[in-house]
Design a protein around this ligand. Structure first.
Ligand SMILES: [Fe+2]
Ligand SMILES: [Fe+2]
Length: 423
């Protein structure tokens, strides 16, 4: 530990420790905050920290087994359920002290200040964006298909840990952002084109497009969207390490094969962690590691860190499940959009997927628009007569026995199934 960044990390750990021992405003806490602010200012750049299982990533340095000197800092962050932090170089002693107050009090949730952000992105859904005119499938498909060759190159390079892969991945994500910002519809080809010939490739691109669209619907910043799109594109990169006979087995996996297959999450995280350089944002390995984890503690790999996965992992998980269901697999046909959405709703109700993410996703797809046939949790069939606002999972419906039900009402049944519908 000799350079300025190392010194800042030590000083930050020292601040957390001082605040644990002494009350807010105590001279020792003030001095520790001033010391940390000085080394941060000397470093002169933002510092990004991500916690990943037992390990951590700070800027481009990965610590699969963090040394004891980093433990006070990491312990404090874990205890407050923080999985990621960004500290601007201009953050002063006052702000670092406020952040330490938040972290040491182990207050769950995110911290947002002008110079420090930690925890998760804002997941409050904003009013759902309506897709644009949806009759331009051919045009949308052309935009989408133009991204496939670059995706293939990027994934191959990434699996070989060649940095060029990330440069290409970034170009793809910027192109996706450009299409989405221009109001062009990249979602429709994903929902309607079924001839996926290379699953891992098209799946990566689909999940990136769907995650970017969902991130936008949730109000993520442009910077966050770029990281999210990249993280989604790379989420299954660990599958390149899984033998093809397991990856494409036309049948149920045996327990040992399942264990190997499930290892793709950790393998992907390790692969991304091992790549150094400013393009590898610390959240990329986090999302690769967590995208099969539920908000309810289900899924894999298991975590000792309390609290739900990072918000980006939750977003990618929804896009991932949806695309996997919508795609032809060696062992089953592709499911319809309606049936895939029913599974998302089921998984949101059990906590396997984040409910706000699923709601925003279905809102974005506009699948629960007036005319859609649904089934309710009390077994009745119904038709949507008004889309759910602000919660797309709670529309106003007319049941088969002609009762009008506002599913926002606490006494109302839940939406249980999205049916194929003539719309
Ligand atoms: Fe995966
Ligand atoms: Fe996936």
């Amino acid at each position: 530990m000799t350079d300025v960044l190392d010194r800042f990390l030590l000083d930050l750990g020292g601040l957390f420790r001082a605040r644990t021992l002494y009350p807010q405003g105590n001279p020792r806490v003030v001095l520790a905050a001033e010391k940390a602010a000085r080394s941060l200012s000397e470093w002169g750049r933002p510092v990004r920290i991500a916690l990943l299982g037992d390990g951590a990533v700070v800027e481009d340095r990965s610590f699969p087994a963090p040394p004891p000197r980093l433990q006070p800092l990491l312990r404090a962050l874990r205890k407050s359920r923080c999985e990621s932090a960004r500290i601007e170089s201009a953050a002063g002693a006052g702000e670092l002290a406020s952040w330490a107050e938040h972290i040491v009090s182990a207050a769950p949730g995110s911290y947002r200040g002008p110079g420090v952000a930690s925890g998760s992105m804002n997941l409050e859904p904003q009013p759902a964006e309506r897709p644009q005119d949806t009759t331009r499938l051919a045009q949308a498909a052309a935009g989408y298909l133009s991204l496939l060759p670059k995706t293939e190159e990027a994934l191959t390079d990434l699996a070989a840990q060649r940095p060029g892969g990330l440069l290409r991945a970034r170009e793809i994500v910027r192109a996706i952002a450009g299409h989405l910002a221009a109001g062009e519809d990249l979602i429709r080809p994903i929902c309607e084109l079924k001839d996926h010939d290379d699953y891992t490739l098209t799946h990566a691109l689909n999940v990136s497009v769907l995650s970017s669209a969902l991130g936008r619907a949730l109000g993520a910043s442009r910077e966050m969207l770029e990281i999210l799109g990249l993280a989604a594109l790379c989420h299954d990169v660990g599958k390149k390490k899984i033998p093809g006979e397991i990856l494409n087995k036309p049948g149920k996996l045996e327990p040992e094969e399942r264990r190997i297959m499930d290892g793709h999450a950790a393998a992907g995280a390790q692969l991304l962690l091992a790549m150094s350089g400013s393009l590898v944002h610390p959240l990329l390995p986090v999302v690769a590691y967590q995208h099969h984890r539920g908000t309810n503690g289900s899924g894999y790999p298991r975590s000792e860190v309390p609290g739900p996965p990072h918000a980006m992992s939750l977003i990618v998980a929804v896009a991932d499940v949806f695309d996997a269901l919508r795609t032809v697999r060696p062992y089953r046909a592709a499911w319809s959009t309606a049936r895939a959405c029913t599974i998302l709703i089921e998984k949101a109700s059990t906590g396997e997927l984040h409910r706000a993410c699923v709601a925003a996703f279905l809102g974005h797809l506009a699948i629960l628009a007036p005319g859609r046939r649904v089934a309710l949790s009390d077994g009745r069939g119904a038709v949507v007569i008004r889309a759910g606002r602000p919660d797309p999972l709670r529309p106003v419906v007319r049941s088969e026995d002609d009762e009008v039900l506002d599913l926002m009402s606490p006494a109302a049944p839940r939406l249980a199934e999205v049916r194929e519908s003539d719309r």
